[in-house]
Write a protein that binds this ligand. Structure first.
Ligand code: VGL
Ligand code: ZN
Length: 208
């Protein structure tokens, strides 16, 4: 069984938001089209408490987009974004979420960031998604949303680690592209056995 997983399509990742992904909002109509064609749709929502460790503002001597070393490895420091209960954390208003069967929130532990829909950034603390998918006999994931080089990539690679077939819908995602992170992300996904497809191909595959 196939699902469409829409990653972090939230105001703060769209132009005008706190952590804008260039053209992040441009994918909304296409994501809505995809959602309509899938029988099962899931979403993620980045959902940080104020003062989250991933915020540069929590580390006074550091600027946004710098990198620090934390318990679980490198942490990019972001502008404050997707703070719980704020407008920036809301899903994009034009995104049609009617069909979403599950919205998984992540990044809510103050001391640990969570890019992947499966694991916190320590690579060990599960979100519960793998179990949810297995219990529902879902074996194939189509990923779209934001950002291609962070949450989409980490979700795709972890999905492979968990044994799922994973497709990333290339025209239904956009990247932050921090220091070449976008090209590196496509390579990493490729190495992990993630398949990159166009939305047209995804629709053909998913309905086949
Ligand atoms: C994301 C950076 C920080 C993402 C979330 O959704 O890709 N990126 N938090
Ligand atoms: Zn975040």
């Amino acid at each position: 069984m196939d699902v469409l997983l829409i990653v972090d399509l939230q105001n703060d990742f769209c132009p005008g938001g706190a952590l804008e992904v260039p053209e992040g909002d441009a994918i909304v109509p296409l994501v809505n089209d995809l959602a309509e064609q899938f029988d099962h749709v899931l979403q993620t929502q980045d959902w940080h408490p104020e003062g989250h460790q991933s915020f540069a503002s929590s580390h006074p001597s550091h600027d946004p987009y710098g990198v620090i070393e934390v318990d679980y490895g490198e942490q990019v420091l972001w502008p404050d974004h997707c703070v719980q209960g704020t407008e920036g954390a809301e899903l994009h208003p034009d995104l049609d979420t009617t069909q979403a069967e599950l919205i998984i929130r992540k990044g809510f532990r103050p001391e640990i960031d969570s890019y992947s829909a499966f694991y916190e950034n320590d690579g060990e603390t599960p979100t519960g998604l793998a179990g949810y998918l297995r219990e529902r006999d879902i074996d194939t994931l189509y990923l779209c949303g934001l950002a291609a080089d962070f949450c989409v990539k980490w979700s795709a690679v972890d999905g492979r680690k968990e044994g799922f077939d994973v497709y990333v819908v290339e025209d239904a995602t956009r990247g932050i592209d921090q220091d070449g992170s976008l090209a590196a992300a496509w390579d990493e996904m490729n190495d992990a056995g993630v398949q990159v497809v166009s939305s047209d191909a995804a629709l053909d595959l998913a309905t086949a």
